[in-house]
Ligand binder design. Structure first.
Ligand SMILES: Nc1ncnc2c1ncn2[C@@H]1O[C@H](COP(=O)(O)OP(=O)(O)OP(=O)(O)O)[C@@H](O)[C@H]1O
Length: 275
């Protein structure tokens, strides 16, 4: 597999032959990928192919059953819990729908990681929160509660919270899910801008290929536990790979099957199957 970057100091995250299974169920069968410093990289693939699992492996919430996950020059499997925790503080994560704390104001939501993980004085926390909210265009909404926000605004607050600690690596799981087309464009631009302003690297799991191609530097496609295609947005647009084509043209069926693996329908309907 050709690698995106062969210079290790330019690579923030490197996965080599990473394998993972939930019990008997094998999800990843040997993933090789690089996330270069400063870049925004999208990971795409069919539903249930293991994208979120991959983010959790990089975040150290799951341990690979084989291969190596290396972040900022550190092999995660060799870190103590304390070292892993320290590394995780340098990662910002926004998981699916990035729920805000509903009983806290926008300000307190963004202040939460700063209060939790630093000993900064309240005045400094205040300034940092206002700067983060300003970066996502919501400084004026600091006193609102999540229930008073639109879906797009709530997502922007979640972004501000994910970058509160100035992470070196930001991971987004489906950052566009459930957004209208305008908010989707706003969030896409923000993901790019925040990455560049922080000098961070970004990994984004998404189904939204057209939006992603506008903002990312590189895309990896996963299928059946392996990377099956990868390239820059221009390479992806020009690709004749059937897998990539299925994504670009949003075709329901193709190399990525519509159906979750199951016994034949007739078998299920006759009541002989498990479901
Ligand atoms: N804790 C778990 N225990 C057992 N199986 C799991 C667990 N978490 C996820 N899975 C299974 O592992 C597979 C990969 O899940 P994962 O969430 O990584 O997929 P995904 O590519 O992010 O999917 P989607 O795009 O639908 O969010 C799925 O089939 C899922 O059912």
């Amino acid at each position: 597999m050709p690698r995106l970057s062969s210079n290790s100091s330019a690579t923030l995250v490197q996965l080599q032959d990473v394998r993972f299974a939930y019990g008997e169920r094998v999800i990843l069968r040997g993933i090789d990928l690089d996330i270069p410093r400063g870049k925004v990289v999208a990971i795409m693939g069919g539903s249930g192919c293991g994208k979120t699992t991959l983010l959790r492996l990089i975040g150290g919430q799951l341990r690979a059953s084989g291969g190596t996950v290396n972040v900022a020059g550190q092999d995660l499997s060799r870190l103590s819990t304390r070292e892993l925790y320290a590394l995780r503080r340098r990662m910002g994560m926004l998981f699916q729908f990035g729920a805000l704390f509903t009983d806290m104001s926008v300000f307190d939501n963004v202040a939460f990681p700063l209060r939790e993980h630093t000993d900064l004085q309240p005045e400094l926390i205040r300034d940092l929160v206002l700067m983060k909210l300003n970066a996502v265009g919501l400084r004026g909404a600091a006193t609102l509660k999540p229930a008073e926000l639109s879906g797009g605004m709530a997502r922007r607050v979640a972004l501000a919270r994910a970058i509160a600690l100035d992470p070196m690596l930001i991971m987004y799981d489906e950052p566009f899910a459930g957004l209208d087309p305008i908010s989707l464009g706003v969030i896409g631009q923000l993901i790019r801008r925040l990455n560049d302003a922080l000098g961070a690297s970004t990994i984004m799991v998404t189904h939204d290929i057209l939006e992603s191609l506008q903002i990312v530097d590189y895309v990896y496609f996963i299928s059946e536990g392996r990377i099956v295609a990868h390239g820059t947005p221009d390479e992806i647009r020009a690709s004749t790979d059937p897998f990539v084509q299925q994504f670009i043209h949003a075709e329901a069926d193709g190399p990525v099957p519509f159906h979750y693996p199951a016994e034949p329908l007739a078998h299920s309907l006759l009541g002989r199957g498990a479901a």
